[in-house]
Design a protein around this ligand. Structure first.
Ligand SMILES: N[C@@H](CCC(=O)N[C@@H](CS)C(=O)NCC(=O)O)C(=O)O
Length: 228
C-alpha cells in the first residue's frame, strides 16, 4: 500500500496525519511523471487529483475516503472518537473544511496580488470565512481537539487547512483575522494541535512545503511578501 501525491497538498497531509496518528505505515510517492494531470496518472484515477491510494492493483481516490479505508483496514487504534455522535462530529468538521473553507481559499489565492484584486470578491470571502469559523466553533465538541482529548479525522482535515490559511490568507488579507489567535475555541484547538507531537510535525512539514511552493510562485502570484 502506498499514497501517491506530494506533501504540499492539504489533502495529502490530511491522509498522512490520519495514518500517523493511527500508527499505519503509509509511504508517500510522487505521481507518475510528477503531474496529476498526466495521462499516466489519469489512467490510475481519472479524477486526476492527489492523493490517491494504491493497494495492490486497485486505486482509491479522495482523501476522506482513503482515511475511512485506513480506518476500516486498521481499526486499532481508531482515528475516530469512541461514540457515534463524536465520530459524526469529527466527520462533520472534516466536511465543513471541505465545503465551507476550501472553496474560499482557492478564490483568495487568485486575489493575493494587490494589483489584480477585486474587493467585492474579498469581502464576500471574508464573510464566508467568518461564517465557516462560526460553524466550526459551534460544532466542535468539548476539546481540546475537534472532539475530545485525542486527534481524529476532523483534526487531520482542518489542521493543514488552517496552516494554509496562516500562510496564504491571514497575512495577506487584513479583513480576515486568524481565529486561532486569542481566546476562542479555535485558539484552544490550535494549541492542542501544536502540543501534539505527530500533529505538529505533520502540519509543520506541510507548512514548509507551502513555503517552498510560494517561493516558487514568487511575486508573480502574491505581488508582495507576506507580512510575517
Ligand atoms: N476532494 C479531493 C481534493 C484533492 C485536491 O484538490 N488535490 C489538489 C492538490 S491540493 C490536486 O490534486 N490538484 C491537481 C489539479 O487540480 O490538477 C480530496 O479530498 O482528495
Amino acid at each position: 500500500m502506498k499514497l501517491l501525491g506530494a506533501v504540499a497538498s492539504p489533502y495529502v497531509t490530511r491522509t498522512l496525519m490520519f495514518a500517523r496518528i493511527k500508527g499505519v505505515d503509509l509511504p508517500l510517492e510522487d505521481v507518475p511523471t510528477g503531474s496529476p494531470r498526466s495521462p499516466e496518472y489519469r489512467a490510475l484515477t481519472p479524477i486526476g487529483k492527489i492523493p490517491s491510494l494504491m493497494v495492490g492493483d486497485k486505486v482509491l481516490a479522495e482523501s476522506e475516503v482513503i482515511c475511512e479505508y485506513l480506518e476500516d483496514t486498521h481499526p486499532e487504534p481508531s482515528g475516530f472518537p469512541a461514540d457515534p455522535m463524536g465520530r459524526a462530529t469529527s466527520r462533520l468538521i472534516s466536511r465543513i473544511t471541505d465545503l465551507y473553507i476550501a472553496p474560499h481559499t482557492s478564490t483568495l489565492f487568485r486575489q493575493m496580488n494587490p494589483a489584480n484584486r477585486d474587493q467585492t470578491v474579498i469581502d464576500a470571502a471574508a464573510e464566508e470565512f467568518a461564517a465557516a469559523f462560526g460553524y466550526l466553533e459551534h460544532f466542535m465538541g468539548s476539546g481540546p481537539f475537534c472532539v475530545g482529548d485525542t486527534p481524529s479525522l476532523g483534526d487531520c482535515a482542518l489542521a493543514p487547512y488552517m496552516k494554509l490559511l496562516k500562510k496564504v490568507v491571514f497575512p495577506f488579507f487584513d479583513d480576515i483575522p486568524d481565529p486561532t489567535e486569542g481566546e476562542g475555541r479555535l485558539a484552544e484547538w490550535w494549541q492542542a494541535i501544536q502540543s501534539h507531537e505527530i500533529c505538529k510535525a505533520t502540519v509543520d512539514e506541510y507548512g514548509e512545503a507551502v513555503d517552498g511552493f510560494m517561493k516558487g510562485m514568487g511575486a508573480r502570484i502574491t505581488g508582495q511578501q507576506p507580512k510575517e
